[in-house]
Ligand binder design. Structure first.
Ligand code: DHB
Length: 393
């Protein structure tokens, strides 16, 4: 009897030791890993730089511990190549055992990883890519960026109300561009306007000149443009070289074209350009003023809409972990994210519980000079806009 008891006690002590090694009493220091996959080099490196800086700022401001767990951010460069994104995601899941996949600077990169998120039941936070259908590729995807239809219908409405009867469209030839082209055309046509010419330009090494000549000859009331973040300055340069800034053709766009990273370097030719988007560094709120000041101090550049997607993606991860008390079950984390709402530097936002996509204000903005620098100055707001494609389903 005594010896049996002694044996049980010894066994219990041994088991306790094993549990300690397995992370039992060490729970307080357990680490939650976030794999942040971004284009840090190549033509879309500005997207990666902005999101990385915002994610690091979030951790620096809120602390590297949430719900008793230590947060570790693992940043990887996918160079903007889908095969690389997929390989990195696999390594992060298998070797690093990350609890979250995040980032996704371009639509094809998000598509490449969606099946892995589903198989591994890992929350996949899309902080940049903006084709409407991305969230339908996996029930584990939650988006904190935006969708092109969401930010495009506003500029079509603005155009219809401001005398644009005939417009031409120019978009990058892939997911978000095709979404923008369709949303603009459908909306302008419904308001009695007409799209008289549509062109899709290759995503890589775009040359706008031949199409801009056609626009110059046709002289529509407006030219609507979507190009991804970072490419807008190249477009604006060619727009001016063709003399289109003096042709009477009104330039209208989504805010991707005039993003805060590059808008000031476009020069005064950009003055007066009207765009619609969900974020401007000039947004007038206490939350945004604090964000812009801290970001600019840390990164030495203005935050753009990519940065705010990264910031809010980190917020979503932190708040979901608080709701699960630090548990990292992927299904529970995604459930915790559904319906969440908060005040972002961009304004009030929420995650639609049904679509896992973001609902947010879309602002109409005009490029103006503020303290000697060009900014997208917001002058009117469409409130709480969902992705119109999924809302219509
Ligand atoms: C996408 C990328 C961008 O840089 C942007 O401004 C909008 C959309 C994308 O690939 O989804």
């Amino acid at each position: 009897m005594t010896s049996r008891f002694a044996f049980t006690r010894r066994a219990a002590i041994a088991l306790g030791g094993a549990l300690m090694l397995a992370g039992g009493p060490a729970l307080a220091q357990e680490t939650v890993k976030i794999g942040l996959i971004l284009p840090m080099t190549g033509p879309f490196a500005s997207t990666g730089r902005q999101i990385e800086a915002a994610a690091k700022l979030y951790i620096a401001e809120k602390g590297a511990t949430v719900a008793g767990k230590k947060v570790e951010l693992i940043v990887k460069d996918d160079t903007g190549t889908p095969d690389v994104t997929r390989r990195i995601a696999q390594e992060l899941l298998v070797n690093d055992k990350v609890s979250f996949l995040a980032g996704f600077g371009l639509t094809p990169l998000a598509f490449a990883v969606a099946p892995l998120a589903t198989q591994s039941k890992t929350p996949m936070i899309v902080m940049a890519a903006a084709t409407s259908s991305i969230t339908e590729q996996s029930p584990f995807i939650v988006r904190t960026s935006f969708t092109l239809p969401q930010v495009t219908i506003g500029i079509a409405d603005w155009a219809a109300k401001n005398g644009v009867k005939k417009a031409m469209t120019l978009v990058s030839d892939y997911g978000p561009g095709i979404d923008a082209e369709k949303a603009f055309k459908d909306r302008l046509t419904a308001a009695g306007g007409e799209v008289t010419g549509e062109v899709r330009i290759p995503l890589r090494n775009p040359d706008f000149a031949p199409f801009l000549q056609r626009v110059s000859d046709a002289k529509p009331d407006a030219l609507f443009v979507f190009v991804p973040s970072g490419v807008g300055s190249q477009f604006m340069k060619q727009f001016v070289e063709r003399g289109l800034d003096k042709s009477g053709v009104r330039l209208i766009a989504t805010g991707d074209v005039t993003d805060d990273d590059i808008v000031d370097s476009m020069g005064d030719v950009a003055l007066g350009t009207i765009t619609t988007h969900h974020y401007s560094a000039n947004h007038n709120s206490p939350e945004n003023k604090a964000f812009v000041a801290a970001f600019t101090k840390a990164a030495n550049v203005r935050p753009n809409f990519m940065a705010v997607g990264g910031w809010d993606g980190m917020h979503l991860i932190y708040e979901a972990l608080k709701k699960t008390n630090g548990a990292t079950d992927g299904t529970a984390l995604v459930e915790a994210m559904k319906g969440m709402s908060w005040t972002s530097p961009r304004g009030p936002i929420s995650i639609d519980a049904k679509t896992r996509d973001i609902v947010q204000n879309v602002y109409v903005r005009k490029i103006e000079k503020v303290d000697g620098q060009l900014y997208n100055v917001e002058f009117s707001t469409f409130e709480a806009v969902p992705d119109p494609v999924k809302a219509g389903k």
